[in-house]
Design a protein around this ligand. Structure first.
Ligand code: HEC
Ligand SMILES: [Cu+2]
Length: 410
């Protein structure tokens, strides 16, 4: 009914060229999904492969069509009156209709109907975007200054030493084509979880758990960020979302579940690093106090999980990726806040009270150890997505050996 009415209005008021242009555009969009995608990019700058963005897109299209009709209708009324009632065509003053009830009611009713239609469109979209996440795949996202940990509550680890949940820092891996229920919370201040191409943003609030549903049809790599001002490195609190097809996802999660961090060979550089990581230097500054490594005694909770650090392709919560991980890792361990403003990781150059100064060689050995923390090949989500989606923005893998670069002071 509404459609028919709008149609008639459109026919009555739109000029023939305008009508043909609109019809041609509609036809093209229908025939050409790529064009629809472009129209969509213009309007919301999002990616149509997620249910959230599709919903918002179609709501916007409805609202835009309505606005165009209103614009055309009012312009027509304006130009029509100016033309018909201009002075040189009318000698006598025009007829007056003060107190015309019918006209007044119409002038009130039309805007009311417009507002109701817009409200219905919005409420409908909102209702469809906040379904109860029954049957959705659960993931926990924990934000802290200035990093994320992603936990998989369905994947508990059973090895004696590494009980806990499969957890990854700053890189979230989820199955494509499924609904994901992300339970979002924070450890210190308020953060916000936002992966724009997957869906809307949700606050991460200490001691509050919010569930947010995302879904996605297209395996790929998506950028995420913290969208609330939470401190000096708010803009550097990023994450990657890697969506894998179901089979590849299962391979990742079962490899992760059965993962036990390798113990370095006796006498290797990594072994010296392992000792510093677990026990610190001269008994102080153990990395294990803040970082967890699955399958070892390291169970720290006040830093990103490092269980698969060697397989990761980002550093500093997405601040660097690819080759930049290698060039910044050394300085990161030495004095992270000299390259990432406000980083809460202590310095290992002697400037943080209670933490030892590590020599470059010692830092290299720590690097060698954390680079050795790698998922087995069948669990490596980066190589999987790179093979499946050659066009996806996949950063290069870390090199196997530490790079002693001197960057930014010290
Ligand atoms: C007092 C707690 C604490 C200690 C001790 C600590 N870290 Fe950290 N670490 C952090 C925090 C907090 C972050 C996140 C900083 C950020 O991204 O803003 C972090 C981040 C990291 C990262 C980056 C991870 C990523 O993917 O972004 C690495 C690597 C790292 N730490 C290695 C180490 C090593 C190696 C040691 C020991 C030499 C160590 N940390 C000691 C708290 C700690
Ligand atoms: Cu934040």
């Amino acid at each position: 009914m509404k459609g028919v009415m709008l149609n008639t209005l459109f026919r009555r008021f739109a000029s023939r060229p305008l009508r043909s242009a609109a019809a041609a555009a509609a036809l093209l969009c229908a025939a050409q999904p790529a064009l629809a995608q472009q129209v969509h990019q213009l309007i919301t700058m999002g990616d149509l492969s997620s249910g959230y963005n599709r919903e918002v897109f179609w709501m916007s299209i409805g609202a835009i069509i309505l606005s165009v009709l209103i614009f055309v209708g009012t312009s027509y009324a304006l130009f029509h009156s100016v033309r018909t009632y201009r002075e040189d065509r009318n000698d006598a003053p025009p007829a007056q209709f003060h107190g015309n009830n019918r006209l007044e009611v119409t002038l009130v009713a039309v805007p009311v109907v417009i507002v109701i239609v817009l409200a219905l469109l919005t409420v409908r979209a909102m209702a469809r975007l906040n379904p109860t996440p029954t049957g959705a795949y659960p993931v926990n996202a924990v934000g802290a200054q200035f990093y994320w940990n992603f936990e998989y509550p369905n994947a508990a680890v059973n090895q004696a030493a590494g009980t806990g949940l499969v957890t990854n820092g700053n890189e979230l891996i989820v199955p494509a084509k499924s609904k994901i229920a992300v339970t979002i919370t924070a450890r210190d201040v308020i953060h916000a979880f936002w992966a724009p191409n997957l869906g809307g943003q949700r606050d991460a609030i200490p001691s509050v758990k919010k569930t947010w549903q995302v879904d996605n049809d297209q395996p790929g790599v998506y950028q995420g960020l913290c969208s609330v001002l939470c401190g000096a490195s708010h803009a550097n609190m990023r994450f990657k979302v890697i969506t894998l097809p179901e089979t590849e996802y299962q391979q990742f999660i079962s490899a992760a579940q059965n993962y036990k961090a390798p113990t370095p060979a006796a006498g290797s550089a990594a072994e010296a690093g392992y000792t510093i990581f677990m026990q610190g230097k001269d008994g102080s500054g153990a990395c294990a106090a803040c970082h967890r490594v699955q399958g070892t005694a390291a169970a720290g909770q006040s830093g990103p999980d490092l269980s698969f650090f060697g397989s990761r392709r980002t550093l500093g919560a997405g601040m660097w990726e690819g080759a930049d991980v290698d060039t910044h890792l050394h300085q990161w361990i030495k004095a992270s806040s000299s390259i990432k403003p406000g980083s809460l990781m202590p310095h290992y150059d002697g400037t943080t009270q209670g933490y030892p100064a590590l020599t470059d060689e010692e830092i290299n050995s720590v690097e060698a150890y954390i680079k050795s923390l790698q998922l087995p090949a069948q669990g490596n989500y980066w190589t999987k997505i790179a093979a499946l989606k050659p066009d996806a923005p996949v950063p290069a893998a870390q090199s196997q050996t530490p790079v002693t670069a001197t960057l930014g002071g010290n």
